[in-house]
Design a protein around this ligand. Structure first.
Ligand code: SF4
Length: 734
């Protein structure tokens, strides 16, 4: 399929409900609009003769949109959106459409590999599954013998089968589990959780007024949320206020773009709260009935006037006042949207806490167009035998260093430091599932040192990665189109369940994660934790509802409701899962753990003369470093470029497309420049996920540069989440 054809097809899903959305291949420096066509199977598909349709679920990012796969003669000929899927409806983004090219990528992993040369040398031998599983189990048992169960680290990223990987980790008895959210959104999760006692959703489908900080929905992450937001802007004349140091595609669709000084978003939100209280714009009845700590909050924010914030943020005081008034006037159908990745600054939890507090004040909780609680269906699961309590403490010591951080997610950067220092004990084995820390952890040199310190590393993935190339054994997982996963439940727009079912048989010698875990568990004396297969697991999930898989035959989804029930928790007797039982404005969990109960503000460090703040970010074509080798996506964008302000570039003699050297305190990269007026002069932007060093990914290899060669390892004080926007760089023409 040529690029023009693919752009048309990709547009089919993406824009079915979102004609206003444009996609910028940001790092490529050119705008390519996706065109809108209908979702009917194409003439080309029809020409292939009879196809069967299989309902399944996309796995190219965390959103998990519903798909219908068309299969002809055992091959998938088209993926299209499943209109009956309540969350994504008629949407399938470019990545979702291109998923078929991941399935048929000639560079993907085809069989287990055992390393034969130096670590990272790329010398492997093909192995049978028996050999690879025997080898992995023997090495893990040897490490347990020498260092104890805590000597093995288990790291993973989200997947419908991640539960099986984590089950093996818990059965193994290691306390050292770490997940991708601790370099992504754990600060946001924490802030919303400690405020509401739950991590809520946003009813963008009905919101009339949206404030978003750097949540670049129309360019970096085109998802069902993006479509709901776009529909609101076009159909209901909803208003979008967007804060970002860059004029992104989202900025171009906003009613108001505020090029905020990087690192000062907290000042903006504190001033917004100040106005809401000073001018008595808040929802007094809601605050009295449902919240805790209002008087303390009111006293706290008296000093954070719009005039004070204007000096910090470079947003005029009268604009801050006007936005606060509009926000209150449009409430409760008004939200400050949380976005996704929140690993920005060392005050990230406090910033997200301030966003949550401002939402609470206007009473938008559990109402149409507001901040809404998660709805649950309460699926069942097989009951596992009791897991052992780990004998050792976690090496990242989050219980002491970040007592409110999620023990499920850990603190990845600090964990790496501890492993490198053997503190408080050696960790020498590493089991890794579906993630690529060489691309997602700041400072690749340190991550590579961590690999080299290990006596054994096993990687489970679908394609060769820079992390996999540093392993001892690679256990290839079947792609999402080749396996059946557990039922997953969704909370937006209302609680429903969906089934990812196998579309085609595994094309090569790959296995689902569950089968890999069963193989390892059987060899390490832990088989009792996996005494089920996927069909039995699904049956146990559905048992509480008295249904079976046939309930998913007609549309691929099932629910016992058809719409969200708003207002269930708007009952003064309802107890929120917080220490006070109320939504907490002054936060008791923070106070009890030695933190200020309300967000404090400290001005961010500024780049020294001649330096720039590095802002990493995503492009909607790619999920981290996972899709750059996809043929269609690569055709749209082959490499990233460094965004640099036009006036700054001219002063440095840098022209668009010039090769530049970017240096930080920890490293340097060479990359081509994208000279633009769409970024503030005090920062530069490098899209994330490029700079692959593994030649096995033949398209992605050596294209662009990795932000993780530049970003200094820092973290948010409260959550331990990475702080990826705290690095200053120099830029010069090569
Ligand atoms: S947003 Fe795109 S990549 Fe993510 S699940 Fe949906 S279709 Fe797939």
């Amino acid at each position: 399929m040529n690029r023009r054809r693919f752009i048309r097809v990709a547009g089919a899903g993406t824009l079915a409900g979102a004609g206003a959305v444009g996609l910028t291949a940001a790092g490529c420096g050119r705008v390519r609009k996706l065109l809108q066509i209908d979702n009917a199977p194409s003439a080309r598909v029809a020409a292939r003769g009879a196809t069967t349709k299989v309902f399944s679920i996309c796995d190219n990012c965390v959103n998990k949109c519903g798909i219908i796969a068309h299969v002809a003669r055992g091959r998938i000929v088209k993926l299209e959106p499943n209109p009956a899927f309540p969350k994504s409806r008629g949407m399938l983004c470019a990545k979702g459409n291109a998923g078929v090219k991941t399935l048929y990528d000639p560079d993907r992993l085809k069989h287990p590999l055992i390393r034969t040369g130096e670590r990272g040398s790329g010398a492997w031998r093909k192995a049978t599954w028996k050999e690879a599983l025997d080898f992995t189990a023997e090495r893990l048992l040897a490490i347990r013998e020498r260092y104890g169960p805590q000597g093995v680290l288990f790291s993973s990223c989200e997947s419908f089968q991640e539960r099986f990987f984590r089950s093996l980790a818990q059965a193994w008895g290691s306390p050292n589990l770490v997940r991708h959210p601790s370099v992504c959104l754990s600060s946001s999760n924490l802030a919303w959780f400690i405020t509401y006692g739950t991590v809520p959703e946003f009813d963008l489908a009905h919101a009339d007024y949206v404030i978003a900080s750097g949540a670049n929905r129309f360019e970096s992450f085109i998802t069902p949320d993006s479509v709901d937001l776009s529909d609101g802007l076009r159909q209901r004349k909803a208003k979008l206020v967007y804060l970002d140091p860059r004029f992104t595609v989202t900025a171009s669709k906003a009613d108001e773009w505020l090029p905020i000084r990087p690192g000062t978003d907290l000042a903006f939100y504190l001033a917004l709260i100040h106005v809401l209280i000073e001018e008595q714009l808040y929802d007094r009845a809601f605050v009295e009935a449902y919240t805790h700590g209002f008087e303390e909050l009111a006293a706290h924010v008296t000093r954070f006037s719009p005039e004070w914030a204007a000096a910090e943020t470079e947003i005029p005081a009268d604009r801050i006042r006007a936005i606060a008034r509009e926000f209150a006037a449009r409430a409760p159908k008004a939200v400050i949207y949380r976005g996704r990745r929140t690993s920005w600054y060392q005050n990230d939890t406090e910033m997200r806490q301030a966003m949550a507090i401002a939402n609470v004040l206007v009473g938008n909780w559990d109402t149409p167009g507001g901040v809404v609680p998660n709805e649950k269906l309460d699926l069942g699961a097989p009951e596992p035998p009791e897991y052992p309590w780990p004998d050792a403490e976690r090496v990242d010591a989050i219980a002491e260093r970040h007592p409110l951080a999620s023990a499920e997610d850990g603190a990845y950067i600090e964990l790496r430091d501890a492993v490198l220092a053997d503190r408080p004990y050696p960790v020498r084995g590493w089991m890794m599932f579906k993630h690529n820390p060489m691309h997602t952890l700041p400072d690749r040199r340190l991550t590579e040192q961590m690999f080299r310190k290990m006596e054994f590393v096993a990687v489970i993935d679908i394609q060769p990665t820079d992390s996999g190339w540093l392993a001892d054994v690679i256990l290839p997982e079947s792609t999402y189109l080749e396996r059946t996963d557990p039922i997953e439940e969704f909370s937006v727009p209302y609680a429903f369940a969906a089934l990812r079912q196998q579309v085609v048989k595994p094309q090569f010698s790959t296995r689902p994660c569950l089968d890999i875990m069963k193989g390892l568990a059987a060899r390490t004396g832990l088989g009792r934790y996996f005494d089920f297969d996927i069909d039995q697991y699904i049956a146990a999930q559905l048992a509480p509802h008295g249904i079976d898989r046939s309930a998913f035959e007609a549309t691929g989804v099932w629910s016992n409701r058809t719409a969200r029930q708003y207002g269930v928790t708007r009952n003064p007797e309802f107890r929120f899962r917080t220490p006070s039982g109320k939504i907490e404005l002054a936060n008791e969990r923070l106070r009890r753990n030695g933190y200020p109960p309300l967000p404090e503000y400290a001005p961010p460090a500024q780049p020294p003369g001649g330096q720039f703040r590095l802002l990493p970010g995503k492009q909607a074509l790619f999920t981290h470093a996972a899709n750059q080798n996809n043929e269609w996506l690569h055709e749209l964008c082959a490499e990233n470029r460094l965004w640099i302000n036009r006036a700054v570039a001219e002063s440095k003699g840098i022209a668009d497309g010039d090769q530049v050297r970017v240096r930080s305190r920890i490293g340097e990269v060479k990359v081509r420049a994208f000279v633009t007026g769409r970024i503030r002069p005090d920062c530069v932007h490098l899209p994330h996920g490029f700079g692959h060093t593994t030649s096995a990914l033949r398209r992605a290899f050596g294209r662009g540069a990795s932000d993780q060669d530049l970003i200094e390892p820092r973290w948010d004080r409260i959550s331990g989440n990475a702080a990826l926007h705290e690095t200053f760089v120099t830029v010069e023409r090569v």
